[in-house]
Design a protein around this ligand. Structure first.
Ligand code: C2E
Ligand code: MG
Ligand code: MG
Ligand code: MG
Length: 273
């Protein structure tokens, strides 16, 4: 076909868009299917204190697709967020987390489990009830549960967010701000929210202690947190140098490949106690 180059480019672009849409629909369909077939499960990555003792872990979702293999969360969580699928996945994670917590508590182990909560899941009208029910069903006390939310959650519906957090804190669980420092929210919210901890995003940890800017940012976060009485977890700790630096600056808690990669939750649970 004799057409102008520009027009062909548009057609090519549109064709590309279409396959992208098709691809997304296919993944959404597979996710739906995968939930029913039990293809989603949890890994856990340990968190250690300054002495290196394990104090708990973060639960991370994994999808084992029969054809695609291991699909990383960064490829399916954002997509799930665009539909109601994130709600089903969120329920699944919450239930599994509470069961794991109950198992630890029955063994008398005081380990904390952190769960990532999507904004859409958090904003759901009956979220508080669902958390309460998941705990009750599993027979877990809320005290060991930490919910990780991101700064994005704090940008709109401020009043609703605060009152919902208050309700959940009243149940006994705790809140953590994940990927701290990467959002666009102000520091003012730190003193107004019922927070337990901040997680320094791993992009700040990565180049410490060599990069003076990242080092300064990490030190500033640790200083603010200490004054506000917040626990700090450093994410993405990969080297002994990073760990030494963080500990020397008073970082309470460390998480990263240096201490342990995420591993299947069931295997980890079996080794505790
Ligand atoms: P996140 O919550 O910030 O989780 C930390 C991510 O960093 C995990 O990736 C973890 O495997 C990775 N990581 C840990 N240590 C290191 C390290 O030393 N170096 C490097 N380079 N990476 C490290 P993962 O498991 O792929 O999860 C990615 C993101 O997916 C999570 O980021 C979280 O935002 C989301 N996600 C995972 N599970 C869930 C879930 O159950 N619910 C929701 N809503 N989101 C989840
Ligand atoms: Mg997290
Ligand atoms: Mg994080
Ligand atoms: Mg992250």
């Amino acid at each position: 076909r004799a057409k102008a180059g520009g027009r062909n480019r548009i057609e090519f672009f549109e064709a590309g868009m279409q396959t992208e849409v098709e691809e997304r629909l296919a993944i959404e369909h597979d996710m739906q299917d995968g939930i029913e077939r039990g293809q989603f499960d949890l890994h856990i990555q340990p968190q250690v204190d300054a002495s290196g003792a394990v104090v708990g872990g973060e639960l991370l979702m994994r999808w084992t697709h029969p054809v695609r293999g291991a699909v990383p969360p960064n490829q399916f969580i954002p997509l799930a967020e665009e539909s109601a699928l994130i709600l089903r996945l969120g329920d699944l994670v919450l239930q599994r987390a509470c069961e794991a917590l109950a198992q630890l508590q029955r063994q008398g182990l005081r380990l904390d489990l952190s769960v990532n909560v999507s904004p859409r899941q958090f904003r759901r009208a009956d979220f508080v009830d669902r958390v309460r029910e998941a705990l009750t069903r599993a027979g877990a006390r809320a005290e060991g549960l930490i919910l990780e939310v991101t700064e994005g959650l704090l940008i709109d519906n401020w009043a609703d967010t605060v009152s919902r957090m208050d309700e959940l804190v009243a149940l006994g669980l705790r809140f953590s701000i994940d990927d701290f420092g990467t959002g666009y929210s102000s520091l003012a919210y730190l003193k107004k929210l019922p927070l337990y901890e901040l997680k320094i995003d791993r992009t700040f940890v990565r180049d410490t202690p060599d990069d003076p800017n990242d080092t300064a940012i990490v030190e500033a976060i640790l200083s603010v947190s200490k004054h506000l009485g917040l626990r700090v977890v450093a994410e993405g700790v990969e080297t002994a140098e990073q760990a030494d630096f963080l500990r020397s600056r008073g970082c309470d808690c460390l998480q990263g490949y240096f201490y342990g990669r995420p591993e299947p939750l069931a295997a980890w649970l079996a080794r505790q106690g």
